[in-house]
Write a protein that binds this ligand. Structure first.
Ligand code: ZN
Length: 143
């Protein structure tokens, strides 16, 4: 059986190397910039809504593999979700990284983003993993 950690690492590597979510959106409704000075990670998130559904999302920017992969996987996870679903997923991800939620059943809504679970053991990487998720909070909070 393949080690689950290897699968997670593969998911993170795949998204950090060549993300199809890294592009400009044609008609973004919201743009939010995220910055992690500890590591030098910088992202610009763009989001397009259709009613209360996240119709499309993309990002540009640069930074370490964790920050870039986390942004890309977050986009995959939140696309097509309602604002309320997205808020719940974002909250759960942040709680997973801070080890406030460890229940596997609750973490299932994170889909592939669960790959970042082990980052909670790497304090130096926590801000990298959370950058995109805190940035999207800035857009969703007023909704
Ligand atoms: Zn970083």
């Amino acid at each position: 059986m393949e080690d689950l950690t290897d699968v997670y690492n593969e998911i993170i590597m795949e998204h950090s190397m060549n993300s199809y979510n890294k592009k400009k959106l044609e008609n973004a409704d919201y743009t939010e910039i995220g910055h992690n000075p500890n590591c030098g990670d910088e992202i610009t998130l763009e989001l397009k809504l259709n009613g209360d559904i996240i119709e499309d999302m993309a990002f540009t920017g640069h930074g370490c593999a964790i920050s870039q992969a986390s942004t890309s996987i977050m986009i995959d996870t939140l696309k097509g979700k309602t604002i309320d679903e997205a808020k719940k997923i974002v909250k759960t991800f942040i709680e997973m990284i801070k080890r406030e939620t460890t229940d596997e059943e609750q973490l299932k809504i994170l889909e592939d983003a669960i790959a970042f679970k082990n980052v909670s053991n790497m304090p130096a990487r926590v801000k990298c993993a959370l950058l995109a998720w805190h940035t999207i909070e800035g857009i969703l909070d007023g909704k």
